[in-house]
Design a protein around this ligand. Structure first.
Ligand SMILES: [Zn+2]
Length: 255
């Protein structure tokens, strides 16, 4: 049976999201920004929390784990390379590992850069990716613990997912990301179409995600650092893509 998802806001601008296997009743929370909105989402859907799949150690992704685990006795799965910095972990995973939620199976993709051990979860049968703070719609996470080359390589792994794969990210930053992206590629038609779509969604009080990898490849400058036109417009013609990526990320940090 196809996976079901339920998306909801947490904290100031975090997303919470549940993935549910209707066959077994298993449900995972991707990260746990805070317990109360996750509990409210479970009450609303009638789903039972069996697992928490953690993408990275930051408090705004993990601080609800203790309370949720105490209440639901759920399993906590976390990235092997930073599990020591996350409380209440039951299982650690790394590149290529499979994590099951009932009959649903996710492949673990290591996507370091925002943090040194950040991972993403991809459910190939349902083409759903949960990418934490690595990829945002029309943006990407700040490079905090890694370096630009590492982050670019992580984004390339996510860019290689199927075009029709949908991804869920950790924050609602899309509108602000679009304002910046237009300074990098003002003439990008896909970006301008996404801007119009996001304006409508925001006006209607709706979330701007999930988005598809294919649409993102066309509009997100952080996935386009190997585009010759962009390199040229930034004065970096012929430079390696990761250097172009680094420049775009630097400009965003100052924007
Ligand atoms: Zn983070």
């Amino acid at each position: 049976m196809a996976a079901e998802t339920y998306l909801f806001p947490c904290l100031k601008d975090n997303f919470g999201v549940l993935i549910h296997d209707p066959g077994s009743g298993a449900t995972a929370s991707i990260d746990a920004p805070e317990a109360a909105p996750v509990e409210a989402a479970l009450a609303k859907t009638g789903w039972r929390l069996t697992d928490i799949l953690v993408t990275h150690h930051h408090a705004d992704h993990t601080q609800g784990i203790g309370e949720l685990k105490a209440h639901h006795k759920c399993r906590v799965v976390a990235p092997r390379n930073e599990a020591a910095r996350i409380a209440h972990v039951d299982e650690t995973v790394g590149e290529g590992d499979t994590v099951t939620v009932g009959a649903l199976a996710a492949r673990v993709i290591e996507t370091p850069g925002h943090t040194s051990g950040h991972i993403s979860y991809f459910f190939p049968a349902d083409k759903l990716a949960f990418v934490g703070d690595t990829l945002f719609s029309i943006g990407c996470g700040r490079v905090i613990e890694g370096n630009a080359e590492m982050m670019w390589n992580s984004l390339l792994k996510l860019r290689a997912l199927p075009d029709d794969a949908q991804f869920f990210c950790g924050h609602e930053y899309t509108a602000a990301n679009i304002r910046f992206a237009k300074t990098v590629e003002p003439g990008n038609k896909a970006l301008n179409a996404r801007a119009a779509e996001v304006e409508k969604l925001t006006a209607a009080g709706k979330a701007t995600i999930p988005a598809t990898i294919g649409a993102e490849k066309a509009a997100n400058p952080f996935l386009r650092a190997d585009n010759a036109e962009i390199a040229k417009s930034l004065g970096l013609a012929g430079k390696p893509a990761w250097q172009v990526f680094a420049e775009i990320r630097e400009r965003k940090n100052r924007f």
